[in-house]
Design a protein around this ligand. Structure first.
Ligand code: G16
Length: 568
């Protein structure tokens, strides 16, 4: 390989610490304007590099979801990586790498680690959000002990190191050198697509698309999965052109909010529900339909490609149910035909997958919110499949949740079972029972009020057990803490949970990914064994628990809000 030399000189830049660089649920996420402050990005990157034990001569993977500020940040990080002594950087073409693809590349090329630039599902553009996180050599988000160390270093950072050099061309696949550091620009799709082909039954899915009796829409939301979905769904699997909607990545996501849920993926929801309002956010059970038949299968992914939403014809699959269905049908996919070692879910995720794990006689782990908590379990071979209520599903093929992977898993199941999505869910519920589930988000709440609500809930946890609310008696209530079974690390304060004797649950927690005010999440779940009651409207089925949650938190009185910002 011939490397083109970019001339450079090393520079030490004096700086002052910022006091707001504590990584949240998934890296540091802030408004673009915060990152644009002089030295802000550089300080955080230097803190990452300082926290790494010895990166001299090692390989770093670098890429992001293509949002505004991505191009600038990539160049800064390349120059700082050269100053830090990395031997090689693998960077996505035009600075693009979806989060799961970055994880795949780190693992495949045995890299030392990777830096991923994304604020995930948060809006982009100059007025939107930006983010940065470090992934370790297993391809997964750095565990808390590393993010805590990075944060500690941001608190007393006095200088950073960067090379002065012209920008590295990223619009060509030609390799470059920044001093001693090699820069290889890689096709962001290739390694990932090859891996997907090795996990799923592509011939069966190809046949499904060729049958002309099946149609699909995938909404890339003008975010990073556009090129991946075009290549995998349309080129490799033969789905008709037009299957991928909003497939061109834009720096501001076309002014959209790249969060694949029923509120923000409105183009897809409109297509899939086609006039009939029967998704969980609707109170009614209206069934009016217009003439055009919606596609059989719909899916969407988020800003950086790690989240997914699954829809059938006029039918929403909750992420918790999706995880349970994938677990129950895992053997249908060639990459999982030997079965699952175990499963894991975040605490607020519904317990639907627990029932499948019990039937399969495999381990089931409950972790705090945050994909980083699954890493140790996967590395130790305890679990194959993981999932979260926040539209995240994935497996040990990488160490990130993976949006397109989940979509391909569903396509594999549909190709083998030859049934509509809704029938698969009905059969699943008939066998395992249904965990009705909803999440109510109150976004951009005044941070002081939100903290007060949580503090008051925290104080009440010790006194709730044994109390009765309507027909339900509280079996336990606590502030969830987790001891990692592999390394023994303890994470406390992970959300207030109230469990009832009949298996219903209410969970309260503050989001760790928002950038404006606070987002209070209320998660509500109830189990129903009787198939005659499985087709009820979700909000109706959970109405009494939602009432209890509102009463216990006093959220409406304290915030003046009359309803949640988003219901899923
Ligand atoms: C991140 C984390 C997920 C978490 C989600 C929501 O996802 O990786 O593990 O479930 O945030 O977190 P919170 O409820 O704290 O907002 P993403 O897709 O934003 O990277």
């Amino acid at each position: 390989m011939i490397y083109k030399d970019v001339k450079m000189t090393l520079r030490t830049v004096p700086t002052k610490p910022f006091d707001d660089q504590k990584p949240g649920t998934s890296g540091l996420r802030k408004k673009v304007s915060v990152f644009q402050q002089p030295h802000y990005l550089e300080n955080f990157v230097q803190a990452i590099f300082n926290a790494l034990e010895n990166c001299k001569g090692k390989t770093l993977v670098l890429g992001g979801d293509g949002r505004f500020y991505n191009r600038h940040a990539i160049q800064v990080i390349l120059k700082m990586a050269a100053a830090a002594g990395f031997g090689k950087v693998l960077v996505g073409h035009n600075g693009i790498l979806s989060t799961p693809a970055a994880s795949c590349v780190i693992r495949k090329h045995s890299a030392f680690g990777g830096i991923i630039l994304s604020a995930s599902h948060n809006p982009g553009g100059p007025g939107g959000d930006f983010g940065i996180k470090y992934n370790t050599t297993n391809g997964g988000p750095a565990p808390e002990k590393i993010t805590d160390d990075i944060y500690a270093r941001t608190r007393y950072l006095q200088r950073y190191y960067i090379v002065d050099a012209s920008d590295v061309p990223l619009d060509t696949l030609d390799p470059t050198r920044l001093g001693d550091m090699r820069v290889e620009v890689i096709d962001p799709v290739y390694d990932y697509a090859e891996m997907m082909e090795s996990l799923f039954d592509f011939p069966a899915i190809r046949q499904l698309f060729a049958s002309n009796t099946f149609s699909m829409r995938f909404d890339a939301m003008h975010a990073v999965t556009g090129p991946y979905a075009h290549d995998i769904l349309e080129n490799r699997l033969g789905a008709p052109v037009g299957t991928v909607m909003n497939g061109i990545p834009l720096e501001d996501f076309g002014d959209g909010h790249p969060d694949p849920n029923l509120t923000y993926a409105h183009d897809l929801v409109e297509t899939m529900f086609n006039g009939r309002s029967q998704h969980p956010a609707s109170r009614g059970t209206g069934t009016s339909m217009c003439g055009v038949q919606p596609p059989d299968f719909g899916a969407a992914s988020d800003g950086d490609g790690d989240r997914n939403m699954i829809l059938g014809k006029r039918f929403f699959v909750t992420p918790s149910d999706s995880l349970a269905v994938i677990a129950a049908n895992a053997r249908l996919a060639p990459g999982y035909h030997r079965g699952l070692a175990g499963v894991a879910r975040s605490m607020p995720t519904s317990m639907a997958v627990d029932r499948v794990a019990q039937a399969l006689n495999i381990g089931c782990y409950e972790t705090p919110t945050g994909w980083k908590f699954f890493g140790n379990l996967m590395d130790a071979g305890r679990v194959t499949l993981c999932g979260e209520e926040s539209f995240g599903t994935g497996s040990s093929h990488v160490r990130e949740k993976d949006g397109l992977w989940a979509v391909l898993f569903w396509l594999n199941i549909l190709a083998v079972r030859q049934q509509p999505v809704e029938d698969i869910l009905r059969e699943h519920w008939a066998k395992y029972g249904r965990n009705f589930y909803t999440r109510h988000d109150y976004e951009n709440v005044d941070s002081t009020i939100a903290k007060d609500i949580m503090a008051q809930l925290h104080n009440s946890m010790a006194t709730l057990a044994g109390k009765t609310f309507g027909m339900r008696r509280v079996a336990y209530s606590d502030d969830f803490s987790y001891t990692d079974p592999i390394d023994g690390s303890v994470s406390t304060g992970q959300g207030m949970r109230i469990g009832f004797e009949d298996g219903a649950r209410i969970v309260f927690r503050l989001s760790g990914t928002g950038t404006e005010g606070a987002t209070l999440r209320i998660y509500v779940e109830a189990y129903e064994a009787d198939p005659a009651k499985h087709m009820q409207d979700t909000q109706h089925a959970l109405a009494d628990l939602i009432g209890i949650a509102n009463q216990l938190s006093g959220i409406r009185e304290k915030t003046g809000r009359t309803e949640p910002t988003v219901i899923t």
